[in-house]
Design a protein around this ligand. Structure first.
Ligand code: MG
Ligand code: MG
Length: 262
């Protein structure tokens, strides 16, 4: 069942999503060689709670095992999604995808950004650039009257055009009072296929893109997902609302990108 949101609900969702954006920016300023993802998790949890919100990921149920133990997912290099923060220091040349969710005033925010730690290789830099571009192409395709498949097509065709892999097993999703609502929003698809996009639809679009093959596997912790070929993966995510016929981006990378330009 798809819950279309009212204007008031969209504004509440914007608040939750802007808080995710500020949380990610708070971490962005601290990501450097030597820092651990457990340290980043602690900062994120305090920041979210200090702003009167709940970190939605903490305690999130797992159909395969124990609930998620942290407030962010931190996925390093060949980890695609759902990495559990740990005490391994980040190293120069790593990338780390930080996915974060907040519940504020009853509505959810969800956004992810892949950061460089120090200097990364040119091919990894390109992976991040193309993945982020594909997110915005997906967002541009989210127009009233179009279909969910148009979003997936935009993401997939852009990434595959650069020889990158599109992960199939994990997808974007509707979002609102629940972090995961209908419909599913795959990063692959055919134009004109799937659920029709309407005003009030709120979805998270989140390309998970690999430098090599798109195949993945789950680690014994029952959370962390890695690429089978061991090559790097990137993950960028925005929550959007379809508003007046087109996508209104509720989350924000603005503060992060400001720091990256410094
Ligand atoms: Mg997310
Ligand atoms: Mg999501």
């Amino acid at each position: 069942m798809i819950f279309l949101k009212t204007e008031d609900e969209i504004e509440l969702m914007r608040e939750a999503n802007l808080l995710v954006g500020s949380t990610l920016a708070e971490l962005a300023g601290r990501i450097q060689p030597g820092v651990t993802t457990a340290q980043l998790d602690k900062i994120a949890e305090e920041f979210i709670r200090d702003h009167g919100a709940i970190p939605t990921f903490k305690g999130f149920p797992n159909p395969y095992g124990s609930p998620f133990p942290a407030s962010i997912c931190a996925s390093v290099n060949d980890e695609v999604v759902h990495g559990i923060p740990n005490d391994t220091p980040l190293q120069d040349g790593d990338i780390v995808s930080i996915d974060c969710g907040t519940l504020l005033n009853g509505y959810n925010g969800d956004s992810c950004y892949t950061f460089c730690v120090g200097e990364v290789t040119e091919e990894v830099r390109q992976l991040l650039k193309v993945t982020k571009e594909s997110l915005y192409l997906g967002i541009e395709a989210a127009l009233t009257g179009k279909r969910i498949g148009d979003i997936g097509y935009a993401v997939q065709s852009h990434c595959e055009g650069y020889g990158l892999g599109v992960v199939r097993e994990f997808v974007g999703h509707g979002i609102g009072k629940e972090m995961h609502e209908d419909p599913q929003v795959p990063n692959f698809g055919r134009r004109g296929n799937g659920v029709q996009i309407k005003n009030g639809l709120c979805i998270a679009i989140e390309p998970m893109i690999t430098l090599g093959q798109p195949q993945i596997y789950m680690m014994p912790d029952r959370w962390t997902i890695k690429t089978r070929d061991g090559k790097a993966a990137a993950h960028f995510e925005h929550t959007i609302a379809i508003h007046h016929g087109k996508a209104d981006i509720l989350s924000s990378f603005e503060e992060i990108e400001k720091l990256e330009r410094k």
